[in-house]
Design a protein around this ligand. Structure first.
Ligand code: PAP
Length: 331
C-alpha cells in the first residue's frame, strides 16, 4: 500500500488536525532513509520501513486508538490478499445484516477498502457497523497496548514472497505511471535486491510474518494465521475457520443451504473484480489508489512471468534462512 505525501494529516482523538510539528520534522530527519520501489522516500522507524504520511497516521493511531473486546483486526503484508480478506471478513460478520446478493450488499457499491479502513493510512477512520473491523500492515510490536491487552481478535494473512514482490511491482508501476508517465523507477533487479534486504514498505516482511506466526502459536485465541495459497486451495474450509475464530460460526442449516459457498463466490476475484465499483479508475477507497488497482490476476505463481528462476531461488533461500527454526513454511 502506498501513501502519498500530502494527503494525510496527524489528527487527534478529538478530531483536530495537528500542525506538522517541529518535533515530527526532527524525528524524520533523525531516521535512516531509503527509496521505495516507487522511488519515493521511506524511513526506518522502530524496525519498519514506512513513508512520511503513513508514519504520521501511525503515530496518531498509536497515541489515540482504544481497542474494544469485539474488534476484529486484519493484518497483512502488502499485496498478500488484503482486499480479499477484507471482503470475506466483512461478508461473514455482516451476513445477518445484509443478504448476500448483488442488489443491496455494501460490497456491491463499495470497494472492500472503503468498508474496512487501514489504521495507518488515515487516522481517525470511519468504520461501518459492528463488530468494528480494521486493517493494518503494521508489525505486532507497533500496535497500541489496548489491542494487545483486550480480547479483540487478529486475523493475519501472508502470501508467498515471490508473488507478493511481483504483485507489488505491478501495482506501483501502474499507479505511478498513471500519475506521472515520466516517473523514474528503480530497475527490477534493484527493487528485488532491496526487497531481499528487507527495505520495502512495512518491511522487513519476514519480521512481520514471524511475529504473528509466533503469536498465533502462543495465543491461538488471539491470532489466526492464514496463507493466501490456502485460501485459494480450499476457501470453504478457510471461511469456516475464520468464522469459528471470530465467534461467527456457520450453523449446520447455513452449511446445508450453501451459505459458505455463496460467500466464497461473492468475494471471489471473478465476482469482485467485475463489479462496476471495482473497475473504477476515478474512485479511491484508499487515497490516490484507483479501486481497480487492487485487482490484477489473483493467481498463484505469476512470479514466473516477471522474475528469473535464479531470483526466485535467491528469495526462497533467504526466506528459508529467516524462518529457520520457526516451523513455518511459505511455499
Ligand atoms: P494491498 O496490500 O494494497 O491492500 P492486496 O489486496 O493485499 O493489496 O493485494 C492485491 C493482490 O490480491 C493482487 O494480486 P496479483 O497482483 O497477484 O493479482 C490482487 O489481484 C489479489 N486479489 C484481490 N482480490 C482478490 C480476490 N478476491 N481473490 C484473490 N486474489 C485477490
Amino acid at each position: 500500500m502506498d501513501c502519498p505525501q500530502d494527503d494525510l494529516q496527524v489528527i487527534s482523538s478529538q478530531g483536530e488536525v495537528l500542525p506538522q510539528s517541529n518535533e515530527f520534522q526532527e524525528l524524520l530527519q533523525s531516521l535512516p532513509i531509503r527509496k521505495s520501489m516507487m522511488n519515493t522516500p521511506i524511513y526506518l522507524y522502530n524496525g519498519i520501513w514506512i513513508d512520511e504520511s503513513c508514519l504520521k497516521a501511525m503515530i496518531a493511531f498509536q497515541q489515540n486508538f482504544q481497542a474494544q473486546d469485539t474488534d476484529i483486526i486484519l493484518v497483512t503484508t502488502p499485496k498478500s490478499g488484503t482486499t480479499w480478506l477484507k471482503s470475506l471478513v466483512f461478508t461473514i460478520t455482516r451476513r445477518f445484516q445484509y443478504t448476500i446478493s448483488d442488489e443491496n450488499h455494501p460490497l456491491v457499491t463499495t470497494n472492500p477498502h472503503g468498508l474496512v479502513p487501514f489504521f495507518e493510512i488515515v487516522y481517525p477512520h470511519n468504520h461501518v457497523g459492528t463488530p468494528r473491523l480494521f486493517a493494518t500492515h503494521l508489525q505486532y510490536t507497533l500496535l497500541p497496548e489496548s489491542i494487545k491487552t483486550c480480547k479483540c481478535k487478529i486475523i493475519y494473512l501472508c502470501r508467498n514472497p515471490r508473488d507478493t514482490f511481483v504483485s507489488t511491482w505491478h501495482f506501483v508501476h501502474k499507479m505511478k505511471s498513471k500519475l506521472d508517465p515520466s516517473w523514474q523507477f528503480p530497475s527490477l533487479e534493484e527493487s528485488f535486491d532491496q526487497f531481499c534486504e528487507g527495505v520495502s514498505k512495512f518491511g522487513p516482511f519476514w519480521e512481520q510474518i514471524l511475529q504473528y506466526w509466533k503469536l498465533s502459536n502462543e495465543r491461538p485465541e488471539k491470532v489466526l494465521f492464514l496463507k493466501y495459497e490456502e485460501l485459494k486451495d480450499d476457501i470453504i474450509a478457510q471461511c469456516k475457520k475464520m468464522a469459528d475464530f471470530m465467534n461467527f460460526s456457520f450453523s449446520s442449516e447455513e452449511e446445508n443451504e450453501g451459505v459458505i459457498k455463496d460467500i466464497a463466490e461473492f468475494c471471489s476475484f471473478e465476482h469482485l473484480s467485475n463489479l462496476e465499483v471495482n473497475k473504477q479508475t476515478e474512485q479511491h477507497s484508499v487515497p490516490w489508489v484507483d479501486n481497480g488497482l487492487f485487482f490484477r490476476k489473483g493467481e498463484i505463481g505469476d512470479w514466473k512471468n516477471l522474475i528469473t528462476l535464479s531470483m526466485a531461488e535467491k528469495l526462497d533461500q533467504l526466506v528459508e534462512q529467516k524462518l529457520q527454526g520457526s516451523g513455518l513454511k511459505l511455499n
